[in-house]
Design a protein around this ligand. Sequence first.
Ligand SMILES: [Ca+2]
Length: 338
Amino acid sequence: MEKPHVDFGLKLLGADVMAVPGLYRFVQETIKNQVASMYLWPKALEVPIMDLSNAMKKPVGLLHVKVIRANKLKKKDLMGKSDPYVKLKLTEDKLPSKKTKVKHSNLNPEWNEEFKFIIKDPDSQALQISIYDWEKVGKHDLMGMNVVPVKELVPDEPKSMTLNLLKNMDPNDPQNEKSRGEVVMELTYKPFKEDTTTEMADDGNAVEKAPEGTPEGGGVLVVIVHEAQDLEGKHHTNPYVRILFKGEERKTKYIKKNRDPRWNEEFQFTCEEPPINDKLHVEVLSRPSSLGIHSKETLGFTEINLVDVVNNKRTNEKYHLIDSRNGRIQIELQWRST
Ligand SMILES: [Ca+2]
């Protein structure tokens, strides 16, 4: 059956996702494939857009955060004072939160600890700051919190701020009038500056330099998922690739009924240091067709040591997939250092 041509309208929450490169085509392909497999016009279709649009975003800058001190915190413990620590989390980020050390029995603690966060969308991302009272046993009490949107910071200008600690971010909650103390911080947002100079890799192919502002000694790991061959699912072969690097996950789009799919999709990871001791986990999965009774299947995986790409700047190889009869995947890696 000929795939129908599909035009569509989108109802979306929030951001202008159609500005994301390639998204319009992706949505149209997804809808076409799903509709074609149903042979009838659906009332509503769920297309996993938000997840994808986030995954497709590239790092654009670094947020430097210095947690200096807190003042006038409240006593939470029966014995002693409070044992405060600060938890920092970036919104729309899958990475675990970062924490300062615990200052035992101290209502005016001084930390002077520094943290860095990779920013992908300075217009919508914000830093959440929460102070907790550490407990040896049981739940740590939230002592107060606040939020700083990245867009409130002037690029490259350090901003010192003293933030009142709140119960939550609801301006109408009377609980927020109560004093909980304050936290003193210094924040700097440093956007990467695009630099077009390139470096030569061993094989003579040029590799771009890491954008200015990338952590000193660090760089950007670029992963290009080219194609795979001889994939074989038990019940279905609608392959997509999931890559995992230091807890960060990215996925390609999925390609329907194809044992030799081509993706040519690029992903980037910003690193604070060369990932010489790290591995990239690459897994090929198959997504069942929407009306199918079968579940998701693994078509094979491989683990790539990253020391080679750090030394050679660029590698482009085919890897045999483990847990697959003949499956192979071609992955290009680049290390763009500072
Ligand atoms: Ca405590």
